[in-house]
Design a protein around this ligand. Structure first.
Ligand code: PLP
Length: 407
């Protein structure tokens, strides 16, 4: 069935809208621009956030030889677990989250972190700023490193400085939909100058130019520019979403169906860097407006009994690609999704499962402890887009449907 004009489809996250003139980029230095805007050391640029993590792990493996485990939040992007495939013999140990939030559970982390631990991944999930200080106190004892996964948090501030600087290494993602985009890309850095240099060296060694991947990503970036608008998204996001849901494939519906063979390692081309460098000029204002919009809507959501919104603790100012919330139970969450998932209003689920639920991930998992709070995000969580195209009227519709689902 073809609709014309197509219905409006709000994207699930607040990606920075592209402009045609970005594509004419003849100059611009993305690494320097990011370093200036975020006040971070000159970052290495990679082909993806996952590639940034792989490079970080390889550098740490050289510095902390013999350590074989990576502790990660049990509820996170499956790509971070698949990264260890490229860093043998590394394996993944899932750690539970603190109740109702995205911090690692400090008690469980302390019991999991030992002399085998290479690094702990502290993830600023949903743009929220996770507690790095508590994790640092634990890793310091075990001699392990901290990598801050800020894939969803470019622009987020922790005690007034960019996320990614408290830990040993930090990275951002520039995948489609994650704010600033190069179709796929990553930003990798360390506040330790020597370690930062080592990251740059490892990138030069491991990430070589690939013409085929560069062409493919360039076409995807043009496609983003053409289709990333409310009616264009119906074709590239709305229709595939509905098709996946109608065959009951929830993992495909949210795009969690990652495989090792879809993780290429190559450099980030200079044309795409220039395109993003042009768009970067609009990012600070975009994130600021996003923050104001989200905080107003979070306040409305918090008035609804039964809804628990994931927010930042004092001293932390995250970004708002979407609003992550918990319904009281699985039944009310599923009822809400029944009326909202195909509404075109930008409501979706973040990751469908905990890491243990993905067949591609399980070969790399080392059994740890149970993770009930991570499980709660999978069974009770949902996300509301913070795209500027989601109007107040649309948001009011979402609010009413959430209230109806609560009964
Ligand atoms: C998207 C994401 C990644 C991976 O980034 P890519 O650029 O897609 O490889 C890692 N961690 C989290 C939390 C993510 O959301």
């Amino acid at each position: 069935m073809t609709h014309f004009p197509p219905p409006v489809e709000i994207p699930p996250t607040a990606g920075l809208p592209a402009q045609w003139r970005d594509l004419l980029a003849l100059s611009g230095n993305l690494a320097a621009g990011l370093a200036r805007y975020l006040a971070i050391p000159p970052p290495a640029l990679t082909c993806s956030g996952t590639a940034a993590l792989i490079v970080a792990l390889r550098v740490l493996q050289q510095r902390l030889p013999g350590r074989t485990t990576l502790i990660v939040p049990a509820y996170t992007c499956p790509l971070v677990a698949l990264a260890v495939h490229f860093c043998p013999p590394l394996r993944v140990v899932p750690c539970d989250l603190a109740p109702g939030g995205i911090d690692l559970d400090a008690g469980q982390l302390a019991s999991l972190c030992d002399e085998h631990t290479l690094a702990v991944l502290v993830t600023h999930l949903a743009g929220r700023v996770a507690d790095v200080d508590s994790a640092l106190a634990i890793t310091a004892k075990a001699g392990a490193a901290i990598i801050e996964d800020a894939a969803q948090g470019m622009g987020a501030l922790d005690d007034g400085r960019s996320v990614g600087l408290k830990g040993d290494i930090g990275f951002f993602s520039m995948a489609l939909g994650k704010g600033l985009t190069t179709a796929e890309g990553g930003v990798l850095f360390s506040s330790d100058p020597e370690l930062n240099q080592a990251l740059h060296r490892q990138c030069r060694q491991d990430l070589k130019f690939s013409l085929s991947w560069e062409l493919r990503r360039t076409v995807e970036l043009w496609g983003y520019t053409a289709f990333y608008r409310p009616r264009g998204l119906y074709y590239v996001y709305g229709k595939p979403l509905r098709r996946a849901l109608s065959r009951g494939d929830l993992v495909a519906a949210v795009g969690d169906d990652f495989e090792i063979k879809n993780i290429p390692l190559h450099s980030l081309g200079h044309y795409r860097r220039r395109v993003a460098a042009g768009a970067l000029a609009r990012l600070p204002g975009f994130l600021q407006q996003g923050c104001e919009r989200a905080l107003l809507r979070v306040a409305l959501l918090r008035q609804v009994t039964g809804i628990s919104v994931v927010t930042d603790s004092p001293g932390k100012q995250g970004t708002w690609p979407f609003i992550l919330l918990l319904m009281p139970d699985n039944k009310t969450r599923d009822a809400a999704m029944d009326s909202l998932w195909t509404s075109g209003l930008g409501v979706t689920r973040l990751f469908i499962h905990t890491l243990a639920g993905y067949p591609a991930v399980t070969p790399f998992l080392q059994p740890g402890s149970p993770f009930p709070n991570a499980q709660a995000l999978a069974t009770r969580g949902l996300s509301i887009s913070n795209s500027p195209w989601l109007s107040d009227r649309m948001f009011a519709t979402i609010l009413a449907r959430l209230q109806a689902a609560l009964g």
